[in-house]
Design a protein around this ligand. Sequence first.
Ligand code: CO
Length: 499
Amino acid sequence: MQTISSPRPSHDFDMDDWRSGYRSQPNEYAYEIEDIDGTIPAELTGTLFRNGPGLLDVAGHPVHHPFDGDGMILSIAIAKGKAFFRNRFVRTEGYLKEQAAGKPLFRGVFGTQKPGGPLANAFDIRLKNIANTNVIYWGGKLLALWEAAEPHQLDPITLETLGLDYLDGVLKPGEAFSAHPRIDPNCTKADASVGTTKEPRLVNFGVKTGLSSTITLYEFDFKGRLVHTHNRNIPGFAFLHDFAITPNYCIFFQNPVSFNPIPYLAGIKGAAECIQFNPKQPTRAIIIPRDGTSPIQTIDLQPCFVFHHANAFETDSKLYLDSVCYQEFPDLKGAKNYLEADFSRIPEGQLWRFELDLATNTGQAQCLIERGCEFPDLNPNHVGRPYRYVYIGVAHQPQGNAPLQAVMKRDLITGQEDIWSFAPRGFAGEPVFVPKPHGTAEDDGWILCLFYNAERHCSDLAILDAQNITQGPVATLKLPHHIPYGLHGNFTQDLAFDR
Ligand code: CO
């Protein structure tokens, strides 16, 4: 059963509306948000941080793909019914050099080239650490993440860039540290003075890939101290953007893709444009025990391409993993650039559940959400555990590929789907679930969703009551400017409003 609510009648989105959310935002702001519809819940306290490309051009030269845009962090600090907005670019080495030069000096992984054609780009294999994918507050540090290199540390209040961060010597210069860490909410810790205690732990990975791949796993305690690390080697090229955890395992999907570096080296294509999807090969689940010593298990599954996993959990000898799957690699299918993308030619993401049987080494898959979707989230207290509700960005129309314009809450037990849509002129970003401070039910909380409102050419933060999303936002915080479509973020209750 589905309940869909939208303030306006449904019809197709307008491509120019969609494109207008991809204009650069070169300005940096800091102000209290004054224009609010509804009321910010009085108990909602903390800070939403979000990352994404802030510039879609360098000095007038457009990027080929938004994933190549310079990272810009925003924070919305909320307390006592008020909200304070701030945004700042991450002062990466590449951003500073290009802004000073007034022209592009680096190639982008997703196909942005320096001016001057292939001759100017051939054999330039330097990576520009653009710090644009995620931002997380952990161990007293605010870190901007980009999966192919080390994090940048920022001041959590002013968002000023403090520099590259090596996690107290854990990382070497240039070492990969994924933009998708997972927080295990409830790790058992043996402590001689107090017996067994429970504490949250940040689990993350870095991958080095070529003909074979090395995955390095890291676990940090809540003070940011490394408690455990180990390396595992797997055969073949591996494009690993995300992973999932359970109390005992880290689970990766090795997509059935190969990498032909020649067009990249020749200066014709970006590295990610040299990825080829092989529909005859399986997608391989790689199950790595967190203890660091037990053997790896692999299970071959139907071919699909996965960027993001929603969650995983264990029961008996089975693992369950919910992932957003594409029927093939969702590249631009030959479009001149992302703004000319033909949605009808690009496969949509759908949420699938994989049941992995560790005793028989077999897997089964079942589609949970057919509607085009991306950016799943859940109650953080259920990461790695059985859970009932997933929150996810979805298309307004039930079939086919289209931009995300709505937020869905799916009940994984009953199949009930509740949707709040920002269509026709709103375009949704990643929903972030925030549990209520004294809530007991899994869905007792709010969904925070920054969406682009083409009607105003501005962005708005919607705060939805997760138990009643079809009633619409309890508060809409209207920014007096736009923020280009972003990627990932997190809410922390540890930082209150003290601007
Ligand atoms: Co991601």
